[in-house]
Design a protein around this ligand. Structure first.
Ligand code: AMP
Length: 499
């Protein structure tokens, strides 16, 4: 069954669909409000318009109403968290050519866009007269229509929009709901902001199972005592997060089964799950199940899963990513050659959750996506790995994309933005790894004119903060007279890495 049809069954449900430290909403209200907003969208843009709708904010239930309304009105939504800088927000609004955008948080932009803010949205969703507007196109979204576009760091210095169509999303939901045994009425932790595809896992699996999404705002996540209280009082059953966030929780010694009582599942995605993290969690929560899942935004959250049991922990030094889901397959490739079991190459994902490509970005789409002879969508991940006994294993990236604290970052994105700062002549950004092969920080090497040097590191960081999200700002910035070059005339990254 498709997602909107499943949700329609909960039209009269008074279960809480979404709750945070300040507000909550029931299924009944979520469906009623999103219906009104969908009607407003159709009234405003006409029933044939399908341009994307940008939604900006931070974990408000109103964002959820906007997502659902966009889907009901057959528009893709583009989620943007408050971690997006003004320039990135403007860039997304320009690229998507959004005729209508919903902002649940205030943000001052230099250019004029058609934006509805919180008070406008509240007025629309409380406008009962919209109930009388009859509209036969509500809920007519087809599997080929884009349902959302998530913007991720792009190597050119501008974010690229990953298109996910309604078919991809339905196929993903179908599969992942079966991984947790089609259980209903649970409580899902939402850790990731909505602009990251990890959040798609908790939002949608929770909604189709008439469960509650318990969200942790930035404010709560940044304060240990608030975080611990929230976890303790939430009654979360499904802990969906990056391994980095679990590490943060593990650093609080009270984070255990005695205090946080109801956790049945820990579900991880987005970065390497180390043996250390999984072992510690099993010690603290012996009755919970831990799942490692793998996948890029370009293939709708994840496509493999495996339960990490004590046996698995004993058997492997590096944890497997698991078996690929039904409807998808993985090929390990060296250019066009498909490699055999245990041979290392690029992980290529083929199947029914692969994105149709990047939004209005044919060049990048051609680079990473292709259609197979059997007319299936395929995506070259840029991850190197291998298959062994049906299990997928991840080794490392083949390019300059990294994961830092769970965030996907293109190092070239930071470099491009450093070069936009007046006076910076050369820039190279390097990732620093810990003993578990996880990125622990990033360092930028720059050469620049003398007046910039005098203004120092804090000046560069301040300028950079106007251009890229805070989590992409390098921890260290080092000045060199000029950056070392290799024989090909390119900046010598290896040498900088050694430095
Ligand atoms: P994102 O699009 O933000 O989900 O990031 C996708 C990338 O995260 C993948 O291409 C991998 O490099 C990395 N990744 C995702 N899941 C895992 C995992 N379970 N283990 C290791 N790396 C992962």
């Amino acid at each position: 069954m498709k997602y909107l049809e499943i949700l329609k069954q909960y039209e009269n449900s008074t279960n809480v669909a979404y709750i945070n430290d300040k507000e909550k909403i029931t299924y009944k209200d979520l469906l009623k409000y999103s219906d009104r907003l969908a009607k407003y969208i159709i009234k405003t843009l006409g029933k044939d318009d399908k341009t994307p709708i940008a939604v900006y904010g931070h974990k408000s239930y109103l964002m959820l109403v906007c997502f659902l309304a966009s889907t009901k009105a057959s528009h893709a939504y583009c989620p943007m968290d408050i971690c997006f800088t003004e320039s990135r927000v403007e860039n997304v609004l320009e690229v998507t050519d959004s005729k209508l955008a919903f902002f649940t948080e205030d943000l001052k932009l230099d250019k004029d866009f058609n934006i509805l803010y919180k008070k406008d949205i509240l007025q629309i969703i409380n406008d009962e007269s919209l109930d009388d507007f009859s509209c036969d196109t509500i809920g007519n979204i087809t599997n080929e229509d884009d349902v959302y576009i998530i913007f991720t760091s792009g190597s050119t210095g501008k974010p690229k929009g990953v298109r996910i169509d309604y078919g991809d999303l339905n196929n993903y939901i179908d599969w992942f709901h079966s991984v947790i045994n089609h259980e209903k009425n649970k409580i899902f932790l939402n850790q990731a902001p909505f602009s990251f595809d990890l959040s798609v896992m908790d939002l949608y699996i929770s909604l189709v199972s008439e469960s509650t999404i318990y969200t942790l705002s930035k404010n709560v996540q940044e304060n240990f005592s608030k975080l611990f209280d929230a976890l303790k009082n939430s009654n979360i059953t499904h802990f969906v997060s990056t391994p980095s966030f679990a590490d943060l929780c593990i650093s609080m010694k009270e984070f255990n089964e005695e205090n946080v009582k109801n956790i049945e599942y820990f579900i991880f995605c987005g970065e390497v799950l180390t043996k250390k993290t999984a072992t510690r969690l099993l010690e603290r929560f012996p009755n919970a199940k831990i799942y490692n899942t793998y996948g890029p935004t370009e293939s709708t959250v994840c496509i493999t899963q495996i339960q990490i049991t004590k046996d698995i922990l004993e058997k492997y030094d590096v944890l497997p990513l698991g078996k690929v889901k039904e409807g998808s397959r993985i090929e390990i490739k060296d250019k066009d050659k498909v490699l055999k079991d245990k041979e290392v190459g690029e992980i290529v994902i083929i199947g029914n959750t692969v994105s149709p490509g990047y939004f209005k970005n044919e060049e990048q789409t051609k680079k990473s996506f292709y259609i197979t002879e059997k007319n299936e969508r395929a995506y070259r991940t840029g991850d190197s790995g291998y298959l062994s006994d049906g299990n997928l294993f991840f080794l490392n990236r083949m390019d300059f994309q990294i994961k830092l604290h769970g965030y996907r970052i293109e190092l070239l994105d930071i470099e491009s933005n450093l070069l936009k700062i007046e006076g910076i002549l050369q820039a190279c950004v390097i990732a620093n790894y810990d003993t578990d092969n996880k990125v622990k920080s990033i360092t930028a090497f720059v050469s620049c004119s003398d007046d910039i040097k005098e203004k120092s590191v804090s000046y560069i960081k301040e300028e950079l903060e106007k251009l890229i999200p805070h989590y992409m700002i390098p921890k260290k910035i080092k000045f060199l007279d000029s950056l070392p070059m290799n024989n090909n005339g390119k900046i010598d990254r290896k040498k900088l890495q050694e430095m």
